[in-house]
Ligand binder design. Structure first.
Ligand SMILES: Nc1ncnc2c1ncn2[C@@H]1O[C@H](COP(=O)(O)OP(=O)(O)O)[C@@H](O)[C@H]1O
Ligand SMILES: [Mg+2]
Length: 277
């Protein structure tokens, strides 16, 4: 493309943002109940890259997502998170969103009394600092709702109230499409979706990737979404840290062999660390 105003369509070092996580340690719970969940996470997500984080239930994947997004339940006890060199951990939740971070939650929360339409416009205003122009906004919302095969009546329903699993996940991706983050963290966006919904939601993510050099952190414990959204890197996440990294071929290995071998290694290592501590 030769037009100087064209939106970049390919990732390049000069176009994308960089999220850097270094030796991140996070605990949940208070006082004597405090438990270390993240035990030294290192990860770099560059604009245009898609990273899959795969691991068993309870390994701390959602903890990682919420810690980056700034959920108050999680206490950062060590390490750093930066976005283009800016200290993310020093930012409020709002500031993180304005900086370009987006989290699609594993369990999206209900917001009674607030319609999808109002919610989206308020979110877009908060993230960009100004209300989107009504004409283009209405058109953008409609275009993306059509693409996600969402009925227009959906816009007038209260956020997540009585939504099916598939509707919740489509709504998360609708937000991602409209807010245009620099880095999107998708926490089990595939869970609870039938094959058609999985394809529709995945296509939404792929449209975002085609439109801008967004960095995607795709958290999942099933490999099936990776058939639709191709990861550049796969990280195996067990017991609060990354224990193996590879390309998309690693997902195929996990598909066949599961996490058992990694879980066993991690348990042995944790026991050894506890002994020497
Ligand atoms: N508020 C909490 N209090 C105590 N433990 C918690 C809390 N929230 C999460 N955990 C524990 O943290 C661990 C990691 O949970 P989570 O990050 O949700 O894992 P995943 O998303 O990989 O399934 C689990 O053992 C879970 O029970
Ligand atoms: Mg989770």
């Amino acid at each position: 493309m030769t037009s100087p105003t064209a939106t970049p369509t390919a990732a390049g070092p000069s176009t994308g943002s960089v999220l850097e996580i270094r030796d991140l340690h996070v605990t949940v719970g208070e006082g004597d109940d405090a438990k270390e969940i993240l035990r030294g996470v290192d990860l770099t997500v560059r604009g245009g890259e898609t990273h899959a984080i795969m691991g068993p239930n309870g390994s701390g994947k959602s903890t990682l997502a919420y810690s980056i997004a700034g959920h108050p339940k999680y206490t950062i006890t060590g390490g750093t998170v930066t976005l283009d060199g800016e200290d993310v951990l020093a930012m409020t939740v709002d500031e993180r969103a304005r900086a370009g971070l987006f989290l699609a939650m594993q369990y999206p929360v209900e917001v009674p009394g607030v319609s999808v339409s109002n919610f989206l416009r308020t979110a877009a205003t908060a993230v960009t600092g100004q209300a989107p122009k009504l004409r283009t906004w209405v058109k953008d919302v409609k275009t993306e709702m059509d693409a996600l095969e969402m009925d227009s009546a959906f816009a007038e329903r209260n956020v997540n109230e009585g939504f099916s699993g598939g509707e919740k996940k489509r709504h998360e991706i609708l937000q991602m499409r409209l807010l245009k983050p620099k880095v999107a963290i998708l926490d089990e966006t595939d869970s609870g979706l039938d094959v058609d919904a999985l394809r529709i939601v995945s296509e939404g993510v792929n449209r975002a990737k085609a439109d801008s050099p967004v960095g995607v952190l795709l958290i999942t414990h099933y490999t099936r979404i990776l058939r639709y959204i191709k990861p550049d890197f796969v990280h195996v996440f067990v017991a609060g840290r990354i224990v193996e990294e590879g390309g998309s071929e690693l997902a195929d290995k996990l598909e066949n062999e599961g996490y058992a071998a990694y879980v066993k290694d991690s348990a042995e290592q944790a026991a050894a660390e506890a002994e020497t501590a």
